[in-house]
Design a protein around this ligand. Sequence first.
Ligand SMILES: CCCCCCCCCC/C=C\C/C=C/C(=O)SCCNC(=O)CCNC(=O)[C@H](O)C(C)(C)COP(=O)(O)OP(=O)(O)OC[C@H]1O[C@@H](n2cnc3c(N)ncnc32)[C@H](O)[C@@H]1OP(=O)(O)O
Ligand SMILES: Cc1cc2nc3c(=O)[nH]c(=O)nc-3n(C[C@H](O)[C@H](O)[C@H](O)COP(=O)(O)OP(=O)(O)OC[C@H]3O[C@@H](n4cnc5c(N)ncnc54)[C@H](O)[C@@H]3O)c2cc1C
Length: 666
Amino acid sequence: MEVGAPDYLAGERQTAEFDVESMKVTWAGSRHALEVSDRMARLVASDPVFRKDNRVMLSRKELFKNTLRKAAHAWKRIVELRLTEEEASRVRFFVDEPAFTDLHWGMFVPAIKGQGTEEQQQKWLPLAYKMQIIGCYAQTELGHGSNVQGLETTATFDPKTDEFIIHSPTLTSSKWWPGGLGKVSTHAVAYARLIVDGQEHGVHGFIVQLRSLDDHMPLPGITVGDIGMKFGSGAYNSMDNGVLRFDNVRIPRDQMLMRVLQVTREGKVIQSDVPRQLIYGTMVFVRQTIVADASCALSRAVCIATRYSAVRRQFGSQNGGPETQVIDYKTQQSRLFPLLASAYAFRFVSEWLKSLYTDVTEKLQRGEFSTLPEAHACTAGLKSITTSATADAIEECRKLCGGHGYLANSGLPELFAVYVPACTYEGDNTVLLLQVARFLVKTVSQLGSGKVPVGTTAYMGRARHLIQCKSNVQSAEDWLNPQVVVEAFEARSLRMSVACAENLAKFPNPEEGFAQLAADLVEAAAAHCQLIVVTKFFEKLQQDIPGKGVKKQLQILSSVYALYILHKHLGDFLSTGSITPKQGALANDQLRSLYSKIRPNAVALVDAFNYTDHYLSSVLGRYDGNVYPTLYEEAWKDPLNDSVVPDGYQEYIRPLLKQQIRNARL
Ligand SMILES: CCCCCCCCCC/C=C\C/C=C/C(=O)SCCNC(=O)CCNC(=O)[C@H](O)C(C)(C)COP(=O)(O)OP(=O)(O)OC[C@H]1O[C@@H](n2cnc3c(N)ncnc32)[C@H](O)[C@@H]1OP(=O)(O)O
Ligand SMILES: Cc1cc2nc3c(=O)[nH]c(=O)nc-3n(C[C@H](O)[C@H](O)[C@H](O)COP(=O)(O)OP(=O)(O)OC[C@H]3O[C@@H](n4cnc5c(N)ncnc54)[C@H](O)[C@@H]3O)c2cc1C
């Protein structure tokens, strides 16, 4: 905010009962992370090239070219200022425009790192790091996305020339969706069925050059282009999601990513001791980053809706005084505050997930693979529940802002349009929950075998207790005890998984049973993932959290998150007998009283996200709360208002009006 400018939300900020600067550190993860983030946000906000308020007005071609300009400018600044990897990734984050660079840094580079041998990494990574080649991740095809084993593209080894022949045998085998592919990438990690000596060896990744490094023309045998406009204006249309066909394209043998499986010069196929699932490793990496991204998108929407709810007034004027701030309505609070709590919950679970991922990666480097299934289940499940909740929440925030939320300059419509595909990409959310369900059912089925469940399923080791325990909540206050809450969540989750396992056992064919019970399995998987989020929030509070009143606020938010989920899924808790109807009602009483505790802190709790007005790009979410004059000014900037009488008046409006006059005379 400019120095000396009026702050219409100052009163809201004065009621805060905690130190906002300390909360900013907790949200960012460390003082260092906050400092870097803050500096990069300001760098981007102060650079006119990164302007984004005109995005929805641009045609697809203009939007795309502008995105290229921004990406090139960002890279120039990164090089000129010698930014670290951490700083560079924050710059890309604050530029806030889906672009080919997301896939280059987010998937192409990680795929080579995770699936390439040492030599392959040494050859390709320096080129990618300097952006002398630009890559994408070409897995999905027109006919298959979720079913990776169903991909049709082939990679046939030719021992005569020591090459692979990459081919798209059918229309449905055309690669379809990869971001950055349509117009920019020079290379792809393309996934194809490996065929050696007539034998199939599953799907593997191959580095394929697509375009000339001299004139950007597609290489012989490559047909490539953009798949067309997507949902919304602006939004994800800055990305060139692409289509790609291979017509017997030859690549050297050493361009197959060979960490998991090697093909020798003689055409021998050698399986290393690395499990084949590592081919899916890039998806595990990205799913983990998507959970962090959910907390960003959600906190952004909540920041807009909270500030605007404090500015907006409707009804309730007493003796000509001001009307009631809509944030004071209990209904507004019961819709908004759980979303605020969810933003914090997702932030902390993403922190934990990142540490789990780092730990598993280190173990994989040492040849220890036992924790891979849990990493897969956690990343898949948390990606699923956090993106679904965030997509719903952005739309709820739009509604919380009433009519003005529907204006493009509220920032919410575009945020929604950019965000919703997160429920689909990197694995459709239902398909991913079914993966979690498989993991849970397997864990339950091994309970009697003496195998002790560990990690996030450790609670299943107490199945005997959890299957029959009764919650001893007797007052609303009791619901503030994390142990009581966690036990109710554990009982619900365990009982749902056990019920699924028991029902599955009734089917002679387990796969048929799995298919029939899929809807129940998805619910059991979601319950397990919600337990993880609740537990990790409470565990965060065990840490030393400095700053006046910060821990207290987080305790309130953790209880709000847990009790909101309990309220939303009360049916599960009751039908599994994990709590009684009376206890459910007490949880609701507690929730109401927690909302009152959040109210004086709400604006400060969203200030703690430390978002610049540039990043928020929302008139309603402005830091200073100066909403109405800005809305009024912005309206006049619309191209329709360039002329008082619109284009088309002479052709279409005037004749109509004249005709009415003639009709009236008749
Ligand atoms: C540096 C900056 C970072 C910034 C990041 C930027 C991010 C940018 C985001 C950009 C936005 C969009 C990009 C989008 C990209 C994409 O969408 S890429 C394509 C993604 N596609 C998918 O996600 C497909 C989903 N399908 C699958 O994952 C699999 O096909 C599925 C798991 C559903 C099934 O696979 P099958 O091989 O058939 O497996 P199955 O037989 O069921 O299971 C076998 C066995 O393997 C285990 N398993 C499955 N997956 C994994 C895994 N990933 N890791 C480990 N283990 C896995 C499974 O549990 C089974 O185990 P079991 O013990 O035998 O039961
Ligand atoms: C914006 C965007 C960016 C993308 N970027 C990339 C990229 O860079 N690279 C890339 O390779 N791909 C990319 N993709 C593709 C993406 O990964 C796939 O679309 C995604 O994995 C879903 O697969 P699908 O489209 O085949 O959906 P489908 O599997 O066809 O899903 C359709 C419906 O069927 C249901 N369904 C499917 N299988 C089952 C099952 N077994 N049981 C129950 N229900 C089922 C789903 O729940 C869904 O409701 C992108 C997609 C989008 C939207």
